[in-house]
Design a protein around this ligand. Structure first.
Ligand SMILES: Nc1ncnc2c1ncn2[C@@H]1O[C@H](COP(=O)(O)OP(=O)(O)OP(=O)(O)O)[C@@H](O)[C@H]1O
Length: 358
């Protein structure tokens, strides 16, 4: 089977700046793929190349096996929703949604029917005659979505479409986007720097870092098996503890955390020589905290305790002054009566750890 959309070794230079180094990605038909990464990591540039607003310095984009690089933007049949509301302010909501259909020469009757269907899809029935200025930010983004989907494009690109909205509205529209994706089966490429948004929406996530993709996977794969330190840090919360490599074979490592504490057979990411300084990564919820001294545990001191509703975040520092956060479910006995300055012991299963070479 031919992959639906292929991004083949895309590179983009702006003078001396290399915005995108070598981006490779295959997207399945109907998939919801998110580009996640910090500001300046090359997400938008990649999206603009897909949309045809930018031409890559190297590489190719294939849609159903055929290059689209020489197809001008307006002929690519790719819908687009941007961060800022880009509705035509002098046109009504109905006219905004009708615009791409008029351009494509649809009949008046077909346009009326389609505008009604699209506004119903985004739950704005009866808003045809409103002006965009009379609508909230969330409503305007829904109109933009209706307009982008009106001519039934096989691919929809979204560049931080919710970043101008407050948290509650953002979550509401995230829910709507999911529903619309399921209903229309359109293939979506979505750009965000918000990991929670990426996890909520996506079938798969491509994590961008400095113009390359560090890892592509489901949210669960990225969280449970991050390929790089950057992914471990960017997706979910993580603790990093400096340690020494004792031995490694077949991508697994034994490490020493000092004080006779060794951890064996942990996934090793990257390469390092024996005795090299490496880092052990743990998720805060995979660390157990005890107020009684324990064997095979790290001694730490409590620095802060934050109540977060269903869990409590305990900030500690281990002997070498490294901060280590521990997440404990609310009501767990380990945190009853816990106070700042108290000595505690931190332990974990080797299966919860990852080692990253420097
Ligand atoms: N037109 C341009 N001219 C010069 N440099 C550019 C241009 N557009 C982007 N860049 C640079 O390319 C790099 C990647 O930018 P890009 O906008 O793709 O990142 P991003 O991950 O989408 O970030 P953001 O979330 O801030 O938009 C940045 O270093 C940026 O400064």
């Amino acid at each position: 089977m031919t992959p639906f959309l292929e991004i083949c070794n895309i590179r983009k230079e702006y003078g001396p700046v290399v915005a995108v180094h070598d981006v490779r990605l295959t997207v399945g038909r109907g998939e919801f793929m998110t580009f996640l990464g910090p500001s300046g990591s090359g997400k938008s540039t990649t999206l603009y190349i897909l949309a045809g607003f930018e031409r890559p310095t190297g590489g190719d984009i294939l849609l159903e096996g055929r290059t689209i690089l020489d197809t001008p933007s307006h002929r690519r049949n790719i819908g687009m929703v941007f961060q800022r509301y880009t509705l035509f302010p002098h046109l009504s909501v109905g006219e905004n949604v009708a615009f791409p259909l008029k351009v494509r020469g649809w009949s008046k009757a077909d346009i009326t029917g389609q505008v009604r269907r699209m506004l119903s899809l985004v739950r704005l029935e009866g808003f045809e005659d409103r002006s965009p200025a009379q609508m909230s930010g969330g409503q305007q983004q829904r109109v933009a979505l209706a307009r982008a989907l009106a001519y039934d494009p096989p691919v929809l690109l979204m560049d931080e479409p919710l970043s101008a909205l407050d948290k509650k509205l953002r979550e509401e529209i995230q829910h709507e986007i999911r529903r619309i994706h399921q209903q229309t089966e359109v293939t979506i490429l979505y750009v965000t720097h918000d990991q929670e948004e990426a996890l909520r929406l996506s079938d798969r996530i491509a994590v961008f870092s400095r113009g390359v993709i560090d890892q592509i996977g489901t949210g669960e794969e990225l969280y449970s098996n991050p390929a790089t330190r950057f992914v471990a840090e960017f997706v979910g919360d993580s603790d990093f503890i400096a340690c020494r490599l004792l031995a490694s074979r077949n991508g697994r490592a034994d490490v020493s955390l000092g004080n006779d504490l060794t951890v064996s057979d942990v996934p090793l990411h990257g390469t390092a020589g024996e005795r090299a300084g490496v880092e052990l990564m743990l998720r805060p919820e995979r660390i157990s905290l005890s107020r009684e001294k324990k064997e095979r545990a790290l001694a730490a001191t409590v620095e802060d305790i934050t109540f977060l509703g269903n869990n409590i975040l305990v900030a500690t520092r281990i002997a070498d002054r490294t901060p280590v956060s521990v997440r404990v479910p609310f009501g767990h006995e380990a945190v009853s009566g816990i106070e700042r300055g108290m000595p505690v012991w931190l332990s974990f299963e080797a299966g919860a750890a990852h080692v990253f070479a420097a």
